[in-house]
Design a protein around this ligand. Structure first.
Ligand SMILES: *[C@@H]1O[C@H](CO)[C@@H](O)[C@H](O)[C@H]1NC(C)=O
Ligand SMILES: *[C@@H]1O[C@H](CO)[C@@H](O)[C@H](O)[C@H]1NC(C)=O
Ligand SMILES: *[C@@H]1O[C@H](CO)[C@@H](O)[C@H](O)[C@H]1NC(C)=O
Length: 441
């Protein structure tokens, strides 16, 4: 038995922003030892064109009070969507590949009101193939792949979510969770979010996302969320939002985020609204070829204006950023557009080294933004004020690239091959856990 205190002393960085332990409360092995519900014993057929929905649901019902739903290696079609509700002490071991064949909207797999839960792949080869291109090439969206709602004490790991016809993974009002050693590969198009998360005490780490929308994004309400070692391999980039009325976000930490060819390295987006975002850190960001770098936009034009004076942004720290941006004169590298009626307070930017890939100068823009660091306003007057700084030299912006960076976009007219789960998500860092197939489970 280990106490939270021991856990903290063993993994000080990993737990910095969490409020307690995360993940299932009983082991994978103990669940499997209790009972195994192999979908092939519940009517499942290892065929990519057979609907395995009823078999998975029946296997879940049989193991939901303790056990492991087992989907062995092989191909499985899914034409009707699955809702798995309730359950405790239950895992899903997806060693095979699920192929979308149905065309309804909604969520292919929806898991709700579950505790002590694990969704993983013991051979690290489990995947869900959404064949999103079949919708996207016609200018349409289809179902989302996986959504967890009110799931407590859980983990998701060692799986690939591929070519979703819409969002890939949503964690809605979940707590004490962990997502790691996961790859998401979608087409280069908006509306195909990687991971969207809200809830409390969740650790998302060692994840790679390719798409053209949210990489790993926190929504409101959220607290105590730690996002670490994320590789946005041609994506929209990581973000917070969109935020509107009654925003409640605190104690979020992003650390070691590598982003290339994305819209932004980090964006916080709102338009009007109320509530707060406070006590957050964005540390050790690295990347290149992104359109925006730090972009806090409280007048985001893609969002309808919400009632209120604006979200209150307080005590946000951006520290140790390295890399380059596409054109830092066209799009300010530091771009802080704070609400005029609620100026941002206690912002801090330090060790910030990002240089432009085009031209010989770049801009920093701070509107109604107070704190310390380049272009931020000092003092506590909190009046409406704008500073633009032109920067002609940045030293120390060197960055290390990731192996195998995507160099052309993934189109929307062909199937996306299922990738293997990588074993590196930030230059020079090893994942916290080895893959299951390498003995990590
Ligand atoms: C899930 O829990 C909510 C309350 O938290 C309840 O209203 C809902 O009926 C539950 N759903 C199922 C399917 O049990
Ligand atoms: C600012 O936020 C950090 C967490 O990011 C927290 O440790 C610190 O106490 C906060 N400072 C204040 C003054 O609340
Ligand atoms: C990044 O994405 C590209 C395109 O899918 C892929 O070829 C490459 O292997 C990915 N990089 C890594 C490190 O996984």
């Amino acid at each position: 038995m280990w106490s939270p205190a021991v856990f903290l002393s063993l993994l000080p960085l990993a737990t910095a922003q969490l409020s307690g332990t995360v993940g299932p409360t009983t082991t994978t092995a103990s669940k499997a030892a209790k009972k195994i519900c192999n979908i092939l014993s519940y009517g499942g057929v290892a065929s990519a064109t057979t609907d395995n929905s009823a078999a998975i649901t029946a296997a879940w019902a049989a193991c939901a009070s303790g056990g492991e739903v087992y989907i062995p290696a092989g191909n499985y079609g899914l034409s009707t969507w699955i809702t798995l509700d309730g359950g405790t002490g239950v895992s899903i071991n997806l060693e095979g590949i699920i192929y979308r064949t149905g065309t309804a909207g909604g969520n292919m797999i929806y898991i709700e009101n579950t505790s002590d839960f694990e969704f993983y792949s013991a051979n690290s080869a489990g995947a869900i193939q959404g064949y999103g291109y079949q919708f996207l090439e016609d200018g349409e969206y289809g179902p989302r792949i996986l959504r967890l709602y009110k799931v407590v004490d859980f983990s998701i790991h060692d799986i690939a979510l591929v070519d979703s016809p819409q969002f890939h993974l949503t964690l809605d009002t979940c707590s004490n969770g962990e997502v790691y050693n996961t790859i998401i590969r979608g087409a280069s198009m908006g509306g195909l979010d990687g991971i969207d998360v809200w809830g409390t005490n969740i650790w998302i780490h060692d994840v790679e996302v390719t798409n053209k929308d949210e990489c790993v994004t926190v929504k409101s309400p959220a607290s105590d969320i730690l996002v670490e070692s994320i590789y946005c391999n041609w994506s929209g980039g990581c973000a917070m939002g969109s935020l509107a009325a009654d925003t409640a976000i605190s104690n979020i930490e992003y650390n070691h985020i590598y982003t290339q060819n994305s819209n932004q390295m980090y964006m916080i987006k709102s338009n009007g609204g109320s509530g707060y975002v406070e006590n957050c850190q964005f540390n050790n960001f690295m990347g290149h070829s992104n359109a925006y770098t730090i972009d806090l936009d409280s007048a985001w034009s893609d969002e309808t204006t919400a009632a209120g004076n604006g979200v209150e942004y307080t005590n946000l720290t951006f520290s140790h950023w390295h890399g380059t941006t596409l054109n830092g004169l066209q799009r300010p590298v530091i771009r802080l557009i704070c609400p005029p009626l609620e100026p941002c307070k206690e912002l801090e930017i330090d060790a910030f080294y990002v240089w432009t890939e085009t031209g010989t100068s770049e801009l920093y823009l701070c509107e109604n933004a107070y704190g310390s660091g380049p272009c931020l306003h000092t003092g506590t007057a909190y009046t409406t004020t704008t500073t633009t700084a032109t920067v002609t030299t940045v030293t120390g912006y060197a960055y290390t690239t990731m192996p195998g960076e995507i160099t052309t976009t993934i189109g929307i007219t062909a199937s996306i091959p299922i990738p293997t789960v990588p074993t590196s998500f930030f230059p020079g860092l090893k994942p916290t856990s080895a893959l299951c197939k390498n003995g990590g489970c």
